[in-house]
Design a protein around this ligand. Structure first.
Ligand code: ARG
Length: 438
C-alpha cells in the first residue's frame, strides 16, 4: 500500500495482504477519478474563500488538479497501491504541490467525498440512461409506424385471445418505457443536492461555503443534512431500482421476440448481427442478444437486492460496509446502458412477417366479436357468450371462417387505448411528440 492518509494513527501496524486487498476500493472507485478531481477543485475554491489557501496556493492546487485530470483522461495515471480514489488524489496533489496539497483535506472527509463523487456519477449515468431509453423508444415507434397493418393474435395465458396490431404491441412497451423514463427523471431531480462539505458526519467548520461548492459542481443546492449525506444510499438504491425495473421490462420484450422469431411462430425475423449459430447444428440461428438481455435482468435484480441488504439495519452514519455500494451501482448502470443499446439494434434490424402473424389468427380469435355482434342485435351479453361458447364446445364454431375478420375485429376497438388504427397512430404520435425528457 503506497500511502495511507491515516498512517500516523497506527504507526506500528503490520499489513495483512488479505485484509489490505479487502480494504482497498481503488480497483472499483478509480472510475470516479474525474468526479473526485472536480469535487477537489470545488473544495479548494471554498478553502480559498475561507482563507485556508492563499491565492498562490489555490492557483498551484488548481494547476495540479488539472494535470491530474489530464493524466486520468489519458489513461497514464498509476493508481496501484492506493487505498481508494480519494487517498490517491490527496497523495498525488501533495506530491505535485507540497504544503498546499497537504491542506486539501481541511474540513472534509472521504465519507462526504464518496457521496459527492457518486452523486456526480449518478447524475451523468441517469442522463445517459434517459437518452438511451428515448433512443429505444424512437426505434420502437419507427418499427410500429412502418408496420401499422400487421395484425397478430394478442395472447392471454399464452393462448390466442383477440387480434391486435403488432404496432399496438410495440406501443404498449413504449408506454412502459416512458414511465421508466419518468422514474429516471424523477431520480435526477432528487439527485440534484450536493453532499460536498458534509464532513465526516457533522458538517463543515471554517464557515465553508457549501452553496458555492454545490454551484461549482453543477448541483441545484447543497444537501440539507450532513449526517444524512454521509449515511444514506437511497439514491444509489433508487437508480439501481430504476435499472432493475427497466431490465425486467426488457426481459419480457426479449422473451416475446425470442418466441415470435422461433420457427414455430415466424412472426418476426431477427437481424444476423444479433444472432449466433451453433458449433454443432448447422441449421441454428440463435437469438443470443435477446437471451443475454433476458439473463442480465437477473444480474441487475441481484445488484438491487445487494444494495437493499447492504443498508438494511445499518446504523446511521458512515460505516465501511457502504464501500460495497459502488460495485453494484456501476454494474447495474453498465448493464442497463449496454442492454438498451443492444436492444435498440435488435429492434431496428428486426423484420416483421405480417403473413405469418395473420395465419396465426384462427377464427376462435374473433369469438368475442361474434358474441358482440349478437349483442348489437339486442341479445344480452351472457346469452350471446353462451351461444358462441356452446358452438365452440360442440366443435361447430367457425369451420375455418369467422363472420368478423381480424381487420374488423381490431377496428371495432376504437375507444381510447384500443388497437384500432386511429388509436395506435395517436399513441405513436403522442409518444413521438412528447417533450424529450432530457
Ligand atoms: N473508500 C471508501 C468508500 O468507498 C471511502 C470512504 C471511507 N471512509 C472512511 N472513513 N474509511 O466508502
Amino acid at each position: 500500500m503506497k500511502s495511507r492518509t491515516w498512517q500516523s494513527r497506527l504507526p506500528e501496524r503490520k499489513a495483512d495482504p488479505a485484509f489490505e486487498a479487502m480494504n482497498a476500493s481503488i480497483g472499483v472507485d478509480i472510475r470516479l477519478i474525474r468526479h473526485e478531481i472536480a469535487a477537489s477543485k470545488a473544495h479548494a475554491a471554498v478553502l480559498a474563500d475561507a482563507g485556508i489557501y492563499t491565492p498562490a496556493e489555490h492557483d498551484s492546487v488548481n494547476r495540479a488538479l488539472d494535470s491530474l485530470a489530464e493524466e486520468a483522461s489519458s489513461g497514464s495515471m498509476d493508481a496501484s497501491g492506493f487505498e481508494d480514489v480519494h487517498s490517491l488524489v490527496e497523495h498525488r496533489l501533495t506530491e505535485l504541490c507540497g504544503g498546499a496539497g497537504a491542506k486539501i483535506q481541511t474540513g472534509r472527509s472521504r465519507n462526504e467525498q464518496t457521496a459527492t463523487a457518486q452523486r456526480l456519477y449518478m447524475k451523468e449515468s441517469a442522463s445517459a440512461a434517459a437518452g438511451a431509453i428515448q433512443s429505444l423508444m424512437n426505434a420502437m415507434i419507427e418499427k410500429a409506424s412502418e408496420n401499422m397493418d400487421a395484425i397478430m393474435p394478442g395472447y392471454t395465458h399464452c393462448r390466442p385471445a383477440q387480434p391486435i396490431r403488432f404496432s399496438f404491441y410495440l406501443a404498449a412497451h413504449v408506454a412502459g418505457l416512458s414511465r421508466d423514463m419518468g422514474r429516471v427523471q424523477d431520480a435526477l431531480r432528487r439527485l440534484d443536492e450536493c453532499p460536498a462539505g458534509s464532513g465526516a458526519v457533522a458538517g463543515a467548520p471554517f464557515g465553508l461555503d457549501r452553496e458555492k461548492a454545490a454551484r461549482l459542481l453543477g448541483f441545484a443546492m447543497p444537501s440539507l443534512n450532513a449526517l444524512d449525506s454521509v449515511s444514506d444510499r437511497d439514491m444509489q438504491i433508487e437508480i439501481v431500482s430504476c435499472a432493475a425495473l427497466l431490465m425486467v421490462r426488457l426481459s419480457r420484450i426479449a422473451e416475446d421476440l425470442i418466441l415470435w422469431s422461433s420457427p414455430a411462430f415466424g412472426f418476426v425475423s431477427l437481424g444476423d448481427t444479433y444472432c449466433t449459430s451453433s458449433s454443432l447444428m448447422p441449421q441454428k440461428k440463435n437469438p443470443d442478444a435477446l437471451e443475454l438481455i433476458r439473463g442480465k435482468a437477473a444480474r441487475v435484480a441481484g445488484d438491487l437486492t445487494a444494495l437493499l441488504m447492504l443498508c438494511k439495519g445499518l446504523p446511521t452514519g458512515y460505516q465501511k460496509d457502504l464501500q460495497e455500494d459502488k460495485e453494484r451501482l456501476f454494474d447495474a448502470v453498465d448493464t442497463v446502458l449496454s442492454c438498451l443499446a443492444v436492444f435498440e439494434g435488435v429492434v431496428r434490424e428486426m423484420t416483421v412477417n405480417a403473413g405469418a402473424m395473420k395465419s396465426a389468427i384462427g377464427p376462435e380469435c374473433m369469438a368475442t366479436d361474434e358474441a358482440d355482434m349478437l349483442v348489437q342485435k339486442g341479445m344480452p351479453f351472457r346469452q350471446a357468450y353462451s351461444q358462441v361458447a356452446s358452438a365452440i364446445a360442440a366443435g361447430e364454431y367457425g369451420n375455418g371462417t369467422a363472420a368478423v375478420s381480424p381487420e374488423d375485429s381490431v377496428e371495432r376497438r376504437r375507444s381510447a387505448g384500443g388497437t384500432a388504427k386511429s388509436r395506435v397512430a395517436a399513441m405513436l404520435e403522442a409518444a413521438r411528440t412528447s417533450s424529450p425528457i432530457m
